[in-house]
Design a protein around this ligand. Sequence first.
Ligand code: GCW
Length: 840
Amino acid sequence: MLSFSLFLYVGSVAAESGIDAWLRYAPLHSANSIPSLPSRIVSLNTSVNDPVHIAGVELQKGISGILGQNLSITSHEADSDSSIVVGTLIEYSNAYGHSAKTPSLEADGFWLNTTGPTVQILGQNERGALYGAFEYLSMLAQGNFSKVAYASNPSAPVRWVNQWDNLDGSIERGYGGPSIFFENGLVVDNLDRASEYARLLASIRINAVVVNNVNANASLLSPANLEGLGRLADAMRPYGVQVGISLNFASPAANLTYGNLTTFDPLDKGVISWWSNVTDAIYRRVPDMAGYLVKADSEGQPGPLTYNRTLAQGANLFANALKPHGGILMFRAFVYNDQINESDWKADRANAAVDFFKGLDGEFADNVIVQIKYGPIDFQVREPTSPLFAHLQNTSTAIELEVTQEYLGQQCHLVYLPPLWKTVLDFDLRVDHKPSLVRDIITGKRFNRPLGGSAAVVNVGTNQTWLGSHLSMSNLYAYGRLAWNPADDPEAMLQDWIRLTFGPDPTVMKTITSLSMASWPTYENYSGNLGIQTLTDILYTHFGPNPQSQDNNGWGQWTRADHKTIGMDRTVSNGTGYSGQYPAEVAAMYENISTTPDNLVLWFHHVNYTHKLHSGKTVIQHFYDAHYEGADVAQTFVTQWEGLQGKIDEERYNETLFRLTFQAGHSIVWRDAIANFYHNLSGIADAGGRVGNHPWRIQAESMTLDGYVPYAVSPFEAASNATGIVTSSNSTTGTASTTLNFPNGTYDLAVNYFDMMGGNSSWTVSINNHTVGSWLGDNVDSGRLGHAASVYLDAHSATRITFRNVTIAKGDVLIIVGTPDGIEPAPLDYIAILPKGVVD
Ligand code: GCW
């Protein structure tokens, strides 16, 4: 027995690519406490594409992996042996001649009973049976053999994910590689990854995937693509995952062979019949298509407003075509004018959704769901709850979340999102002075709506890790859990995910819990504070810092920062009136600065940098302190992770260490950029004396340069001292040297360089002709970091590499030799010689 468990243990630290995510079915270590399980699986449906059959196969596979027991699958109870019975309630009563005693189950719900010799896993439908099987396997995989008997029902019928996949195979805001669905304008031939994705999604009870980008290409409706969609739907159907598609509103007039009208007016008879024909054609190939998702009149997408029709008239066009087939129309509330004028004090993009939709409540067909982003702007690090949730009382709604970390570090920064999502799901809008939690609104409970639920933009790609980062998968896992039960606890969900993904080791559990739970507050600290938004570059990559990109353009993600003041005045009394979009109690809280929480003060109020927060700090000092604290904590993520060496397989250990190390360096880029920007703008010194003060740095431009020339970086705050160095041509090597004047000792040597798209420069750093290290600037070109890349020296390309424990003596000569490649001129910013414990 002992050698057996040892064998299991060794097996569990073998290299893992991440492809199995939380469905690894890794062998349990503590084989001695495992009670005996039933000896067979009774699967009440044997047709290979039925979720019940899949459930049986999954149980067999899982139990073999987790417990090393090989169970047979039969179609019905052969003798009186104990078994694991899986099927629908109806299949059960047909097979046994009596109905199972279960509490009432809703569509997709299941009953799990492990109390008797026979384990019952019974679904209200096929999908429910599969969900129950995954639930049981999740228990076993976590070493939980307790006797349970309970029913689990979904909070809402719509538990969808959206993929922003383009037909050419790229993914808008995707950081895990190209599409698993499309390439070269068509659905891919090999749909294995699509099936595997469906399996993952089924295990977290997601029931539909919208497979293409909301910025939709009309050629998705070509005959070849309809055939492809059919294959996609066939690949996912066994897992109970339905396919949905995003539509381009102007498709009927698209200049394509099958779009042959001159109008896309939603009230035009030709347009109406065009859509109903197309819809019928799709349902002939995909009889269970979930429905459509439509982004209209937003960010250049066509919509009904072109013809002075309302958004409801636009939505109902599709809803009516879908109705006979039982499909749902998800209509996005993300409608706004992206050319508003900042010189108008009352202009406010945040007002748009309520302005556009409020008057339409009740005008949408009953199979329409309005899909509302959690906040009024766009997936920022913190936003107040979208007030639209309070206004649509006769319309079904769903919340839209983003698992893909568009504004939140693009999977290169660890951000566990459920605590952020919970600020919205658990928010009480106090409609009519009654409890009105967002989670009760979207599930239909608060306003008695038959439909509703959740959608999350996920954007997995062909990367073996799915999202590009192992740790980011906790967000997908927890999204599914919250879609099923939005009252679930973020930390508890996380810990289930950790046990399933990395095993039960208590240190692993403790460390990943601590990193993940600290991650969102940390990212908020070094990105955008007090409700000012993420402060990333909204005009380019959405990745690194660029606070000035928020203002002086029509996108309306303004901060209104000048040399004395900052923040959007969204009050009714003096501002944009946005706070008045909330029901009275909430409106009153936000209208008044004394009752507005600090973490949203700049969202609602325009104040001096010296304004005192409830915390007692000034706004500007809070900015400085938060940024330093955030970057400090991000450094500890690396050292905490290093405590897990040997406790996690090397592959996932190293890949995660690489990302956390990148994050630690980039958090300093963020810290410095934001702190310097506002320091420069306000002229107010940091009471801590840190901003602009870097005693351990040597600026590259102040070294002795040969073949390197100084380069003024834009925006200025993206480089230390606003300046970097680049080789004087793209083909000549450069040398930067300096004599070190630090006390003798052991230091960490950090080098800040720029890793641009379009070249893989190389560098070697040496001290007294002794090489300390060499590296290649290939993180972005190789795709190792999947974030949106930059072709400039800026805060997106700014990267740090650290060599630890370098012995340095006064008078040592440090030389960096840089060799350019492609368009990348071996750019450098500075070096830092860091004594133990110093972060700079
Ligand atoms: O967050 C923004 C993104 C766009 C996206 C848009 C949307 C698909 O920057 O890339 O477009 O929102 O949600 O429609």
